[in-house]
Write a protein that binds this ligand. Structure first.
Ligand SMILES: Nc1ncnc2c1ncn2[C@@H]1O[C@H](COP(=O)(O)OP(=O)(O)OP(=O)(O)O)[C@@H](O)[C@H]1O
Length: 293
């Protein structure tokens, strides 16, 4: 308990960090976080989908990583995206989050927000969160502090780590701890968590910003069987309040969580449907499942 604390990692190195552009932390501003999440523009989902990709193509040196890709994710849906190596899954996530710009096509969040007009940070602030495969928690901070940092990495919060938390912010952290199964681990240094717990903590860090859409890249790679089952339960529980897009190679895991699966191949949708239909589809068997996945 009294062991010396490891040196703190610079906040600026964390992918969630958005540099503050104003001096920080007046008492009144401590309440800003919750208000900002509430006041964020709400995507128009009156037609069902929260995410529209239409005719999206991306070329790298003449090679088409995405080839007229069209994909629709319904509000509150949990969708799994599978596909062989090089199918374009990562490029698709990069296009949604603004990291890669398509040559042609349209990408809308709800019916009216054109993501191609926005920068990466602006897209994140709309409530689109991305979890990369490798966990990127602050190893030298406690679980609680990681969640606190994630809340405050939102530049609209305009507070520093050591500004006092409001009751509402503490409640939010407790709620997220319960959701990701880390209640009781608040004081544990993130660096000492198991691989699975680190992944859950990072999902919790995304949840601190209450995303409408969560993009999750290979969440169960390297997890034990029990951790995989807990992750399936976690992601399933998030659907509804959040829309969740999971890219995953582990077929048993996909079967355990997916209602609808999209198979990407050579930059476009090869097949879409429930897992039984996908696994029986001869095109899918030929290009993907036939490879022994
Ligand atoms: N920056 C880049 N420059 C050149 N080629 C790229 C670049 N990014 C991706 N590619 C190529 O585009 C294709 C699609 O890659 P992408 O990473 O999107 O596929 P993926 O489905 O995520 O594959 P994996 O399952 O292996 O992660 C691949 O052939 C890849 O080599």
């Amino acid at each position: 308990m009294n062991a010396p604390r490891p040196k703190l990692e610079p906040l600026e190195r964390h992918p969630l960090f958005v540099p503050y552009d104003v001096p920080l932390a007046t008492a009144a501003e401590r309440e800003v976080f919750a208000a900002d999440v509430r006041d964020r523009p709400v995507p128009d989902v009156s037609h069902g989908p929260i995410l529209y990709l239409e005719g999206v193509s991306v070329s790298f040196d003449g090679f088409r990583a995405l080839n007229e890709l069209s994909l629709y994710i319904d509000d509150g849906e949990l969708r799994c995206i599978i596909g062989p190596n090089g199918a374009g899954k990562t490029t698709m996530m990069d296009v949604i989050t603004g990291k890669t710009r398509p040559d042609v096509g349209q990408v809308f969040f709800g019916q009216t927000t054109n993501l191609l007009e926005l920068r990466e940070a602006e897209i994140a602030q709309l409530g689109i969160g991305r979890k990369f495969q490798k966990p990127t928690v602050f190893q030298g901070h406690s679980v609680f502090e990681n969640l606190e940092l994630a809340m405050k990495a939102d530049k609209r919060a305009r507070t520093s780590l050591f500004a006092r938390l409001s009751g509402e912010q503490r409640d939010r952290i407790a709620e997220v701890l319960a959701t990701v199964g880390l209640l009781g681990c608040e004081a544990t240094l993130a660096g000492t968590l198991s691989h699975g717990q680190k992944q859950w903590l990072e999902i919790g860090m995304l949840l601190m910003q209450d995303p409408r859409l969560l993009l999750v890249d290979e969440p169960v790679a390297g997890m034990t069987e029990q951790e995989t089952e807990q992750t399936a339960a976690l992601l399933t529980s998030l659907a509804g309040r959040h829309s969740v897009v999971v890219v995953e190679h582990d077929m048993a895991f996909v079967r355990s969580i997916a209602r609808k699966v999209t198979v990407l191949h050579e930059g476009h949708v090869l097949a879409e449907g429930d897992m039984d239909a996908i696994q029986a589809d001869p095109k899918v068997i030929e290009v993907y499942l036939g490879e022994g996945a």
